[in-house]
Design a protein around this ligand. Structure first.
Ligand SMILES: [Zn+2]
Ligand SMILES: [Zn+2]
Length: 172
């Protein structure tokens, strides 16, 4: 068996406890090198406190209005929570200011992350400008069908109409 004899360990555990009332049983076990059960057994036998008195919690304040909080929360009420999670953004297309919750922003982050749009309409306008007026660019299958439908409506006879649409015009 390694380490000091059991009696010494026992004295050490008792000493640690009486000198450090805030040191937990697990910490004592780690310092002395025994298991936690052994520590609480020794403390019990020695008539010392086996449990650490709960440390006084630091004061918490509402992250929105600054009111002191009683419970272990970040906001004093639901209104403060939603107010703090809302952010004012500026639309990249029309320049209008609008509000979004953090959750909504996170959701829309996946597509066109670096741009902010107030509405689907503005996003559509931006896509139109960026991708040269072709709609549904992220889903090419659908846009092809639309081109085909468009050419049919104009009176074209299928194949040739589509080709005309997709071949870039080489003027200049
Ligand atoms: Zn508040
Ligand atoms: Zn807009």
């Amino acid at each position: 068996m390694k380490g000091p004899p059991p009696s010494m360990r026992r004295r050490r555990i008792a000493k640690l406890r009486s000198e450090n009332p805030n040191l937990s049983g697990a910490d004592i076990a780690r310092v002395v090198g025994v298991c936690r059960e052994r520590v609480s057994y020794v403390l019990m036998v020695e008539g010392l406190a086996t449990k650490v008195p709960p440390a006084p919690r630091p004061h918490r304040y509402c992250l929105n209005c600054g009111k002191e909080l009683i419970k272990n929360t970040y906001f004093c009420n639901r209104d403060c929570r939603s107010a703090a999670s809302r952010m004012t953004l500026v639309c990249d297309v029309c320049g209008s200011h609008f509000e979004r919750t953090r959750g909504e922003i996170r959701k829309s982050r996946n597509i066109h992350s670096s741009h902010t749009f107030c509405s689907k309409r503005c996003q559509g306008r931006w896509l139109g400008k960026t991708y040269g007026g072709r709609r549904n660019v992220p889903r090419p299958r659908e846009s092809n069908r639309e081109v085909a439908l468009g050419s049919e409506a104009k009176g074209g006879k299928g194949g040739s109409g589509i080709l005309k649409h997709l071949t870039p015009v080489a003027s200049t």
